[in-house]
Design a binder for this molecule. Sequence first.
Ligand SMILES: NC(=O)c1ccc[n+]([C@@H]2O[C@H](COP(=O)([O-])OP(=O)(O)OC[C@H]3O[C@@H](n4cnc5c(N)ncnc54)[C@H](O)[C@@H]3O)[C@@H](O)[C@H]2O)c1
Length: 354
Amino acid sequence: MDLFDGIYKGKKVLVTGDTGFKGSWLCIWLKEMGADVYGYALPATSSRDNYVTCGLQSRIHHADGDIRDKEKLISFFNTVKPDVAFHLAAQPLVIESYNNPHYNFETNLMGTVNFFEAVRQCSSVKAAINVTTDKCYQNNEWVWGYRENDPMGGDDPYSASKGCSELITASYIKSFFSKPGTAHVASARAGNVIGGGDWADNRIIPDMMRAYMTNSISVIRNPASVRPWQFVLEPLFGYLKLGEKLLTDGKHFTGGWNFGPAAYENYTVGNVVNQVKTRIPSLKIDAPETGEKLHEAGLLKLDITKAVNLLGWKPKLNFEQTIAFTIDGYLFEIEEKGNIYQSRVEQINAYCKH
Ligand SMILES: NC(=O)c1ccc[n+]([C@@H]2O[C@H](COP(=O)([O-])OP(=O)(O)OC[C@H]3O[C@@H](n4cnc5c(N)ncnc54)[C@H](O)[C@@H]3O)[C@@H](O)[C@H]2O)c1
């Protein structure tokens, strides 16, 4: 796979959160590009995790570890001596952040600080990317997209922790990573990411797939809510592109970057349900409402002009293709069609051809 000018071939890449949904996909992509991949995270929690079903434990070098354990993380960095580091180890769920705000803040704030301390103390690192979210912005209920220089915010503990993670990133860039010879550092903000291998609780597609597997009824909450749906490879393509630019022309690419859907791609939860049903007609849904107008409350959109113009990144898939890639990924796994790692690689190849 010769992408990103072959920059990742032979590079040591360290991914925190490699046992998670996005981290595991990122490791597969890096591996296929010839990178030497190292992961640091809590152990996988279920045999369904993408990390497990793809056999990543025998394909990459993984260390079990808590991101809150600064000494262990620094020691792992100093043993690996990576060229590039991606930070995805986090508490990623809004509902969970209400259940356990202290853990949420500890993991997402001090986890970020520990990541940057490790980068700072490991001179091999040339580029580092902190993965946050569109929810890092102060939500003013605007109908237009947030730009990278809009204020950070967040009412629920998850969003606030990601806004803080962004402030920590900006502080480390200004205070420590602006000097010659230091790593080039950026942060990446994406939307609602979907794709095969995500089995997290309280997420719409995993909930529907669990209902399909058990022949039960999936109850849809908030069918009118608009979300920035993205197939998992879309933001990952952005992170990898950003990593390439940080490695080759670093100082022009530090700071925050949005990776969201195109501005006109506004789809509700109800739209997603209906599109999934076109792929799985037997899916049982509890009376989803459909055709709601775009409603402003809770609407959060990203302005992607900066990434489009300066990185040469843009979303490749429309809404129908996003759902098709996602459901194909789940069905391959559920219907036991073959080697799941290979099927993820085929999706990466198919995505790149778009
Ligand atoms: N999935 C989405 O829709 C989405 C959207 C925007 C941003 N994000 C961000 O992307 C990143 C990855 O999200 P995901 O959906 O893959 O989540 P996930 O829950 O699937 O994976 C999280 C990873 O972080 C690790 N982790 C969690 N707490 C840890 C701790 N205390 N110490 C060490 N490792 C820990 C887990 O072991 C796992 O590897 C997160 O930062 C999340 O906030 C996700």
